[in-house]
Design a protein around this ligand. Structure first.
Ligand SMILES: Nc1ncnc2c1ncn2[C@@H]1O[C@H](COP(=O)(O)OP(=O)(O)O)[C@@H](O)[C@H]1O
Ligand SMILES: [Mg+2]
Length: 309
């Protein structure tokens, strides 16, 4: 292992900081399927860490382990220095107040207005007076540009607005960490670019730490400070965004000198048909899974050019 592998692209400041999320050799199984195979990952205060990987690689599972929804079967996960595996339900609830989650589906309550949706965590987890809650709700809706839509119901707004409302709700308790699972899934390219910009703006304004899980490369490269690449439950590499950009843009000659994991990462970043993944083609349609949105650029036979653009 080179020194770079140990630094994981951390900044000078991060080398002397304590991480807010620390995963050590995390193992997660469902039945006899091992979905996470010894994951190591550290996330530092104020950074945006993007976890990438194809569909089924274990991204959502890792996120659910981090937030304590799943118990790990091996290794440890610490949030703010606390071992999630050792906390009882009360302890978990205390930690949960310190982070916000934006899930794939947004998950707003349809029978409640946007304002009521955002107020809910404040009513459940604080003793604040209703007037104070109302002010908090206005501030959070303003942050995501929805203050004038406070009294609308989820059915009355667009998909992008629902995502923003979900984000306002995730921000309700002024979290130190925000966890996002595929924040731009199901949105058109313009709206998903707007969500990316909102994530960047919020991270800067509020100084929160963000952990974003996505299979969308454009989005990943737009918002990440550091990136991590998961593949079939294994962490291929963790490094700063610039390193992944460099790897993506390497020419074929330079790529041939890389180890197989790095070649695999480059192939994934480029959505390219040729590379180590070619050898997996015949395994149960794995390439479809792996490439997700770039599947139309993958050919069945490695030596043949794609038949359509
Ligand atoms: N609750 C569960 N029970 C059983 N298998 C699961 C469960 N959640 C995820 N899996 C399996 O774990 C693997 C990884 O899933 P997931 O973490 O959702 O991947 P990703 O988010 O990267 O698409 C998949 O094979 C999936 O079928
Ligand atoms: Mg997922």
């Amino acid at each position: 292992m080179s020194q770079d592998d140990l630094y994981h692209g951390r900044t000078e400041a991060q080398l002397s900081q304590e991480p807010v999320v620390r995963c050590r050799e995390v193992i997660k199984r469902f039945g006899d399927q091992t979905v996470l195979k010894g994951i190591n990952l550290e996330v530092y205060p104020g950074e945006t860490m993007v976890v990438m990987g194809g569909s089924g690689s274990g991204k959502s599972t890792l996120l659910r382990c981090m937030i304590g929804t799943h118990k790990v079967d091996g290794g440890t996960i610490e949030l703010f220095g606390q071992n999630m595996g050792e906390l009882d339900e009360d302890g978990l609830n205390d930690v949960r107040k310190k982070f916000g989650i934006l899930f794939q589906s947004g998950a707003l309550f349809n029978s409640m207005t946007l304002a009521e949706n955002v107020a809910l965590p404040l009513q459940e987890h604080t003793d604040l007076d209703q007037e104070i809650i109302d002010i908090q709700v206005k501030i959070k809706l303003e942050l995501v540009g929805l203050r004038e839509h406070a009294d609308k119901y989820p059915a009355q707004i667009s998909g992008g607005m629902k995502k923003r409302a979900g984000l306002a709700r995730a921000l309700a308790l002024d979290p130190k960490i925000l966890f996002y699972d595929e924040p731009s899934a199901g949105l058109d390219p313009v709206t998903s670019a707007q969500i990316d910009q909102l994530i960047i703006a919020l991270t800067k304004q509020l100084g929160v730490t963000s952990v974003v899980v996505t299979h969308e490369m454009d989005s990943a490269f737009t918002i990440a400070d550091r990136m991590a690449m998961l593949d079939r439950g294994r962490m291929l590499c963790v490094d700063k965004r610039e390193w992944f950009e460099h790897l993506r843009d390497l020419d074929d000659e330079a790529t041939a000198k890389l180890d197989e994991d790095r070649q695999l990462v480059r192939q994934f970043l480029r959505g390219a048909p040729d590379g180590p993944l070619a050898a997996r083609r015949d395994e149960q349609g794995y390439s479809e899974d792996l490439f997700g949105m770039t599947v139309d650029r993958v050919t069945r036979t490695p030596s043949v050019e794609p038949t359509r653009g």
